[in-house]
Design a protein around this ligand. Structure first.
Ligand code: ADP
Ligand code: MG
Length: 292
């Protein structure tokens, strides 16, 4: 186990870095003593975490702890109040297409635009020629397996397909960091599993750094190079960071996965109980934790 004070990335022996398609590169993300608040409310406090270029980092924590808040600051939507937040050593000062966000809800898509126009939106805004826009849209729709849907509209697609479009639209900006906020949380279990497998493949092909927020322990185990667990808020921080020493594709029945799941359940269980106690619930018995 790696505790919160020791957040250095350990490359695992024998594991090759993600393949790159030559269009994206991963950027290193660094948070050092970061506080984020809203008015007098301190949402997260003293978060320090170094995410390596090309790493897939899962940020796991109980609902309401501040995961989306951290992601919003990484996206440049919410400024940090204290501490230092950098991407490839440059301070984050605002939003940038090089840091793309995939939201849980596919309402982020433009309903009035075709799938192809949605994906070509970033390149179009950056003044690329029509031919280039089409080429980029083609490439990333191919990567997410939706080339055949280019002329459809978001309303004509399933939830899983809409999330693929969101991912393709973000990748079309050739980001160095992809930020994902519970992107598969609204999908049915079967589709979620397929999307997780797809996401691992897409990440490898794109070479970008991914910061993936989830409250789902199994999802974090299937996807992450490392899993950073947050404490319950307010003033949430990093409780522990676990490397996921499992080959890909992940076998979640492997002994290491079972052991890691138990440790994560214990951590999250502790935090949920702590939060319930603070809310005045006397005996918060039935929360995930020991004994399952
Ligand atoms: N814009 C905002 N203004 C005030 N409080 C906020 C704002 N956004 C989030 N919060 C508060 O910050 C805390 C963390 O929220 P959030 O980051 O959404 O949690 P999570 O994504 O882990 O569920 C919550 O207490 C939430 O109410
Ligand atoms: Mg959230």
């Amino acid at each position: 186990m790696t505790k919160a004070t020791d957040t250095g990335h350990r490359p695992r022996p024998g594991e090759s870095p993600p393949a790159k398609n030559g269009t994206s590169h991963g950027a290193a993300v660094s948070l050092s003593g970061v506080d984020i608040g809203f008015g007098s409310f301190v949402a997260v406090r003293d978060i320090s975490l170094d995410i390596a270029a090309g790493e897939f980092l899962c940020l796991l924590g109980p609902s309401g702890c501040g995961k989306s808040t951290v992601l919003s600051s990484l996206a440049g939507f919410v400024p940090v109040r204290d501490g230092r937040l950098t991407v490839d050593h440059a301070p984050v000062t605002g939003p940038d297409p090089g840091r793309g966000m995939v939201f849980q809800s596919s309402e982020a898509l433009f309903d009035w635009m075709s799938v192809q126009q949605n994906v070509a939106f970033g390149p179009r805004m950056r003044g690329r020629s029509r031919a280039e826009q089409k080429k980029v849209a083609d490439e990333y729709l191919g990567l997410v397996g939706l080339r055949h849907c280019a002329d459809r509209f978001p309303g004509q697609l399933s939830g899983g397909m809409r999330q693929r479009v969101q991912i393709a639209r973000v990748l079309a900006n050739e980001p160095s960091v992809v930020l994902m906020d519970e992107p598969f949380g609204a999908l049915d279990a079967q589709t979620r599993q397929v999307m997780q497998e797809e996401m691992a493949r897409i990440w490898r092909a794109s070479g970008c750094t991914v910061v993936f927020v989830t409250h789902d322990i199994d999802e974090a185990i299937v996807l992450g190079d490392r899993i950073a667990v947050m404490t319950a808020g307010p003033a949430a921080t990093i409780k522990a960071v676990y490397p996921v020493d499992l080959p890909r594709p992940r076998d979640d029945t492997a002994p290491e996965a079972i052991e890691l799941r138990a440790a994560l359940r214990r951590d999250i269980g502790e935090e949920v109980r702590k939060a319930l106690r603070e809310q005045g619930v006397d005996d918060p018995a039935d929360v995930p934790g020991e004994g399952r």
